[in-house]
Design a binder for this molecule. Structure first.
Ligand SMILES: Nc1ncnc2c1ncn2[C@@H]1O[C@H](COP(=O)(O)OP(=O)(O)OP(=O)(O)O)[C@@H](O)[C@H]1O
Length: 342
């Protein structure tokens, strides 16, 4: 049943991407100067979860590496590496320059110095989930080093700009901006169909079933591929020759639950405190959330930062917001209300 499980995994970058030619070309043109050994502008890539931001960024940098010998690329998930130290360390580690750096005692400036002294090939740094950095000055650190080109990935531009200081905002505003929207059902169908072709044996799933997955995923390619993967692995486990409609019905719910658990596991300790407050007391407004949060943690972040936590959790379908910005309240997402598989 499963021909190649890799193509059904969430982080897989396909040889061909579907329906994002304009975005691929735009991002490639921003990085183009690198092919001549010149510095490239910073690129900002935004869009909702599952719009293909990470996939397109990795696809473009991979292609660049195929075309040019003297280019290196590195990828940092800033949600996982949310401090300035961890992000800088991760980049240096990828460049093989972390020998003798002590995690406890090495100052930031020394890490930046190391990056500055890096005399390897020009390097494209993908900063994914960049709006999750506790201290966004790391963008500034990199921005000032011409041998590094940066791709900043975030859900929303405002969230990124709202947290960085004025000098960086003005630089980022003049950066190239690649915007991505949710996929339409037809586009999701094409993405799914390509994955099914490479990942599954023939006739394991029908076109009609693929359309139903696309419909249930509501524009989110991560969820769509997650449903396909969950359904295929269950059918395989249970020794079916094809994916049955019954399996498909359960797969949507299971895939949503898996993605939700992954997002919950990604929360930083402070974000988790905020999530638990909403879980226990929602619907609840941001001011009240901040009050309770400030009582529960030792070094509370600002109200603005907590608002970005709430917005991020809403983007990832962990929380939902109701009301206008003045009377907004947050509560947990009611999973049962998500668009069901028909
Ligand atoms: N245009 C596309 N063609 C083929 N596969 C795609 C395309 N867009 C997205 N995908 C696939 O969909 C999945 C989700 O995409 P991706 O991780 O890039 O989304 P994202 O916008 O970065 O989401 P998030 O903000 O949640 O990280 C990945 O498996 C990716 O390979």
């Amino acid at each position: 049943m499963i021909r190649d499980a890799r193509v059904l995994r969430a982080g897989f970058v396909p040889r061909e991407v579907e329906h994002r030619d304009a975005e691929v070309n735009h991002l490639s043109s921003v990085l183009e100067p690198i092919t001549n050994g010149e510095p490239a502008d910073t690129a900002i890539v935004t869009g909702p979860s599952g719009a293909g931001k990470t996939c397109i960024s990795k696809f473009v940098t991979e292609r660049l590496r195929e075309e040019v010998l003297d280019v290196q690329t590195t990828y940092v998930n800033c949600w996982r590496n949310y401090t300035r130290f961890r992000t800088l360390y991760q980049i240096l580690d990828d460049l093989g320059a972390t020998i003798d750096i002590h995690r406890q005692s090495t100052p930031h400036d020394e890490l930046v110095d190391r990056l500055q002294q890096h005399d390897g090939p020009r390097t494209v740094v993908i900063l994914d989930e960049v709006d999750q950095l506790e201290d966004p000055s790391v963008i500034y650190d990199l921005h000032s080093l011409p041998q590094f080109a940066i791709i900043c990935i975030a859900n929303k531009e405002e969230e990124l700009f709202g947290r960085v200081d004025d000098r960086l905002v003005s630089r980022l505003r003049s950066s190239e901006h690649v915007r991505m929207d949710k996929y339409h059902d037809e586009q999701l169908y094409d993405i799914l169909s390509a994955r099914a072709k490479w990942g599954l044996d023939e006739d394991v799933i029908t076109d009609d079933q693929l359309y139903r997955i696309a419909d249930a995923a509501a524009g989110d390619a991560r969820l769509a591929i997650g449903i396909l993967r969950t359904a295929a692995s269950k059918a395989d486990r249970e020794n079916h020759e094809r994916i049955t409609d019954d399996i498909l019905l359960d797969a949507a719910e299971d895939a949503r639950a898996q993605i939700k658990q992954k997002s919950l596991d990604s929360l930083t300790p402070h974000q988790r405190v905020v999530y638990d407050i909403v879980r226990d007391h929602g619907p609840i407004g941001p001011s009240e959330i901040h009050e309770q949060y400030a009582e529960e943690v030792d070094d509370p972040r600002t109200k603005r930062t907590v608002r970005t936590y709430l917005s991020k959790m809403a983007q990832y379908n962990l929380l939902e917001a109701e009301g206008t910005s003045r009377d907004r309240e947050y509560s947990l997402v009611d999973s049962a209300a998500a668009s069901p598989m028909q």
